[in-house]
Design a protein around this ligand. Structure first.
Ligand SMILES: [Fe+2]
Ligand SMILES: [Fe+2]
Length: 351
């Protein structure tokens, strides 16, 4: 039983790289002055939904967790722990940003402050649930310490709106695709956390919808050429990060009976489709070169990881890595240059 297990050991967080989830801070002054009038009805409706707190009783660990998980071993165990850690850090990063926004906007923009407070509530639950799952593997992240030691990246509020929107929606698709796959293949469900993903992803979907309303309330974020270029940039960076990290952890997806490449493409295609409802453009994922270019980036990234873990001197590593990094940048540029799809024009036709 869990009660008799030794206290989990505090896990040193994995090394920060370009691909690890980041912590963000933003320009709170600009956030407080956002004019939300264009989407006020939508935001008030979202606030009412958030207050309802549909998942209040969802994140409670039932007795299925109370057993030994020693049978998950070797590479599968390692890959799963990494998955839990990465997910926990990224949920926690959302919590910190939302909490800070809610604190700073309290007396300036009460509607936004409450929305952010309720989103922080959800992310805290998600991060806590994942951290407890790590406890089943006798590990735990000291999130308090992580808060102090991690570097915070500054993003202007406009970038926060684009990137958090995308990360909520990609989170939704990641959780729901795994959930639906395991519904069809229960034999691959090796740990009960996946049972929670259906309602869990609804939280992320709601968060995404809130960010959609915020984005659409700011016309300069979608009605001009700069907005179209930024949207393409953020779509590509989120998708590229996804492709690279999923391939780095292919073992985890295999242990679920999923093919990493297939899973990645399904997530990217769906997130891109969804993003067309908020962003002025979508990427053309159906272009014959779209996924092959991204695949090349993932392959080069795997070679970089191999070099990193080799025992040659640092300088030699760097010399071997440079052409691969250049090749990744080049392939990303090629994807960026693929003509995007005009989502505003599609919206007009639908109307
Ligand atoms: Fe979350
Ligand atoms: Fe979220």
């Amino acid at each position: 039983m869990v009660n008799t297990l030794p206290k989990p050991e505090i896990k040193t967080p994995s090394k920060e790289t370009v691909l690890t989830p980041r912590f963000y801070t933003t320009d709170f002054e600009t956030a407080a002055n956002l004019d939300l009038s264009a989407q006020e009805t939508e935001l008030k409706a979202m606030l009412a939904e958030m207050r309802t707190d549909y998942n209040r009783h969802h994140f409670v660990r039932d007795e299925v967790f109370n057993q030994s998980w020693e049978q998950i071993e070797g590479e599968a165990r390692q890959a799963f722990i990494e998955y839990l850690e990465r997910s926990c850090i990224s949920e926690f990063s959302g919590f910190l940003l939302f909490k800070e926004l809610s604190r700073k906007l309290k007396n300036r923009s009460p509607l936004l402050a409450e929305i952010f407070q309720l989103m922080a509530r959800d992310e805290a639950r998600h991060a806590g649930f994942l951290n407890k799952a790590m406890g089943d593997f006798k590990l735990s992240l000291d999130l308090g310490a992580v808060t102090k030691t991690r570097t915070y990246t500054f993003f202007p509020i406009e970038w926060v709106l684009y990137t958090v929107y995308l990360s909520e929606k990609i989170g939704y698709w990641r959780y729901i695709i795994i959930y639906r796959h395991l519904e069809k293949h229960p034999e691959n469900q090796f740990y009960p956390i996946f049972d929670y993903f259906e309602s869990w992803c609804q939280d992320e979907n709601r968060h995404g919808d809130i960010f959609k309303a915020l984005l659409r309330s700011q016309p300069q974020l979608w009605n001009n050429w700069k907005a179209r270029l930024w949207s393409r940039f953020f779509l590509l960076s989120v998708f590229a990060t996804h492709t690279l990290t999923v391939h780095e952890r292919a073992g985890f997806y295999t242990s679920l009976g999923l093919d990493a490449t297939e899973f990645d493409r399904e997530v990217v295609r769906n997130t891109n489709e969804t993003a067309g409802r908020a962003f002025p453009v979508m990427l053309n994922t159906e272009h014959p070169k779209f996924f092959p270019y991204l695949q090349r980036c993932a392959d080069h990234n795997m070679k970089i990881a191999e070099i990193e873990s080799s025992s040659v001197p640092k300088v030699v590593k760097l010399i071997r890595k440079l052409p691969l990094i250049a090749a990744i940048v080049w392939n990303l540029l090629l994807v960026y240059l693929i003509k995007p799809i005009d989502a505003e024009a599609l919206r007009e036709t639908v109307r």
